[in-house]
Write a new protein. Structure first.
Length: 133
């Protein structure tokens, strides 16, 4: 009976160790890429994260922006309105990026006031895409 208890203990230990290893690699991949903030362009300036969506309908997303220049490119397909805005995490409006109807393509450049999390909100019933650089 004692050998059986040792075997169960060893198997339990290996299982828990395996879970820790799996958690480490999952978190390292996710958290490491999320906090990778020192992306530099060829002239040594920080660049924004690259982010792209192709979606139908409304979407609200928290995004992380670096202080400095940012470019949003977007399109909308279908009838109806297309509204996109960017707010601080506290809800303060930074800029309305798009407010239009029907098929549309556009770009908006803005200067991000500080490196922080921001709230991107899209309201539409159509198909749309957004590319952020």
């Amino acid at each position: 009976m004692r050998k059986n208890s040792k075997a169960k203990l060893v198997i339990s230990f290996l299982f828990v160790a395996g879970l820790f290893v799996l958690a480490y690699f999952l978190l390292k991949g996710y958290v490491g890429s999320f906090f990778e903030q020192n992306l530099l362009s060829s002239d040594g300036k920080k660049i924004q994260y690259r982010l792209a969506y192709n979606v139908r309908g409304d979407k609200t997303q928290i995004i992380h922006l670096n202080k400095g220049d940012a470019l949003f490119e977007y399109y909308h397909e279908g009838p109806g309105s297309f509204f996109v805005d960017l707010k601080t995490a506290d809800g303060e409006l930074i800029k309305v990026l798009a407010d239009t109807k029907d098929d549309f393509e556009g770009k908006t450049e803005l200067v991000v006031p500080e490196t922080n999390a921001y709230l991107l909100t899209v309201k539409t019933s159509g198909i749309w895409g957004l590319d952020f650089k």
